[in-house]
Each structure stands twice: as C-alpha cells, then as structure tokens.
Design a protein around this ligand. Sequence first.
Ligand code: ZN
Length: 128
Amino acid sequence: MLTNKNATMPKRLDLAPGDTVVVIAGKDRGKRGRVLRTLPREHKIVVEGVNILKRHTKAGQSRGGTRAIQGGIVDFESPLAYSNVMLVCPSCDKPTRVRHTVLESGKKATVCLHCGEPYERVRQAENQ
Ligand SMILES: [Zn+2]
C-alpha cells in the first residue's frame, strides 16, 4: 500500500523567528524588521516594529492575549500577510527569494538566489 507522507505535512513557511525581513507591500513597505512570531496556519507573521497598531484599553481588560495593566493606548505589532514580506539574505543583505536544497551533510537548507549562500538555521518554531 502506498502512503503519501507529503500530503499530511503541514504547510511550512520559509521564515522563522529571528530572521530579518523587508516589507514589500502595504503601508509599511520598505521597513525592515526581525520576525518575532510566525502563524503558519494563517499564513501570517509578526515582525518587530512593523504594522504597529494602537489598541485602546480600559484598565484590567484582557483582549487578544494582551492584558492591560493600565488603561490607555497600547502599541502592538499586528500580524501581517506572509506574502507581504521577503527574507533579507544575511550574506548579501538583499531581499531575496529562496530556493530549497539539501546540503552535502544531508541537512535541508534554503539558498539565496542572489549570492547562492546556503542559509541554515534552527527551525524551532515550525511546530507552533
Ligand atoms: Zn544572498
């Protein structure tokens, strides 16, 4: 009996927390930031300093997981669509599309299409 393991693999984003990305669309276009969180199921990511929204809260109110200790206006980074950002290559410092490859060691890696530099990292957040 044949089983297709790929069919049950969750869709994985190429970005992981700690990566540097540049925003290519939307009101924050051109901004750079570090990925704080990824939301693979929603195809969204949270980027430091990008897509800041202000939330008006009353003291003690809890909304969206952010509990306001004091009332007032709280700045927070709102998730933005994964397709609105591009990874910035740490080697050549350009926003880049990546290609997937398998290194000689057998490790999977992504490769920058500009400079060809393999981009390895610890994928700690892929099972969120
Ligand atoms: Zn590069």
